[in-house]
Write a protein that binds this ligand. Structure first.
Ligand SMILES: CC(C)(COP(=O)(O)OP(=O)(O)OC[C@H]1O[C@@H](n2cnc3c(N)ncnc32)[C@H](O)[C@@H]1O)[C@@H](O)C(=O)NCCC(=O)NCCS
Ligand SMILES: Nc1ncnc2c1ncn2[C@@H]1O[C@H](COP(=O)(O)OP(=O)(O)OP(=O)(O)O)[C@@H](O)[C@H]1O
Length: 286
């Protein structure tokens, strides 16, 4: 039991560290570039990731010890832990928001996997959906949408987009139905496979981070076309695809666009792939 709990925490930390190591990611921080985030670099992400280890352990423990019939209670137990973890992250990064979305999405994911150690019958999606069955109703209640709103809250009001909350409450369908299958059928180096997986997510998501930075959802159509073009050129394994991705990185950085939500779903994808044992390492070439 303890070994399995430890493995969940290790896989979650692996996911955080792998995500920031993948490059080139359009507009996102990687070891070569800070993209559209001049206040961060790869070391900020390493510090942030390490600071989250105790939080991730607490979420796993809460999941594996939970016995009641109502999994919304389990989510109520871990949410305050997430709010504390955001403060820990900000202390570790000198006040920079590196992993807000990941604290939420990965915390829920490791908690669900912790729960499944004792209750293997429901699958990951069922556990997550049960945990979050009241999330949208509670978070998007009119009394919550007052005062200074976050990007996600503003976009819910303006466009009805449910953002990270909607993805999580639906059991991360983009991760399960699109990103994991893309990762499984991908080939090449691990970096190449994870780049294709990231771009698969970018083509599917309504990323509140991107919509905020591009000042409106019309950006989604353009970015979806760019993703199609990337895959039409052969993706990360062809010279044309790689050059196109570099061009996108330059364009996103110049426009100050970012893909924070896609990065967060990539983290969840890597975590689940590691748990399923489909994240086999591939020799790095060149
Ligand atoms: C739900 C969270 C993420 C807060 O949401 P918030 O509205 O602040 O976030 P917002 O939508 O602006 O984006 C947060 C991050 O999510 C990621 N993200 C954006 N869009 C998506 C998406 N479609 N899918 C996945 N991740 C996404 C990005 O990295 C982004 O930076 C979480 O931080 C949280 O629950 N915080 C505690 C708040 C709380 O419980 N308050 C008390 C009750 S209101
Ligand atoms: N590799 C990465 N590079 C950059 N952002 C990432 C990366 N991985 C995840 N993210 C996500 O992007 C978000 C940061 O976006 P952004 O800087 O726009 O947020 P903010 O602090 O809310 O806004 P602002 O910087 O405009 O005040 C983080 O919360 C994080 O979840």
């Amino acid at each position: 039991m303890l070994a399995a709990q430890n493995q969940i925490v290790t896989d979650a930390l692996r996911a955080l560290l792998y995500e920031v190591s993948v490059q080139p990611k359009p507009g996102l921080v990687d070891p070569v570039s800070h993209g559209s985030h001049p206040d961060m670099d790869v070391f900020t992400f390493i510090d942030s990731s390490l600071s989250l280890a105790p939080y991730l352990r607490q979420c796993v423990q809460a999941g594996s010890e939970f016995q009641g019939p109502d999994l919304t209670v389990l989510f109520q137990q871990i949410r305050p832990l997430g709010i504390e973890a955001e403060k820990t992250m900000l202390q570790a990064t000198g006040g920079v928001n590196t992993h807000k979305g990941a604290i939420f999405a990965l915390g829920i994911s490791v908690c669900a996997q912790g729960y499944r150690l004792q209750h293997p019958e429901p699958d990951f999606v069922e556990v997550v959906c049960q945990m979050l069955s009241q999330l949208l109703e509670i978070d998007f209640a009119p009394q919550q949408l007052q005062g200074k709103l976050t990007a996600g809250q503003r976009q819910y009001q303006a466009y009805g987009f449910t953002g990270i909350r909607g993805e999580a409450a639906a059991g991360f369908p983009i991760v399960i139905e699109k990103a994991l299958p893309r990762l499984e059928r991908s080939s090449g180096t691990l970096n190449q496979r994870l780049l294709d997986t990231l771009m698969e997510i970018v083509g599917q998501i309504q990323d509140s981070n991107l919509i905020k930075r591009a000042h409106g959802p019309q950006v989604l159509t353009q970015v979806q076309q760019q993703v199609q073009q990337y895959f039409a050129l052969g993706g990360s394994q062809t010279v044309a695809g790689s050059q196109y991705l570099q061009k996108l990185d330059q364009q996103f950085t110049a426009q100050h666009w970012s893909l924070g939500g896609s990065a967060d779903l990539l983290i969840v994808t890597i975590f689940l792939a590691a748990q399923k044992g489909i994240l086999e390492r591939t020799a790095v070439q060149g």
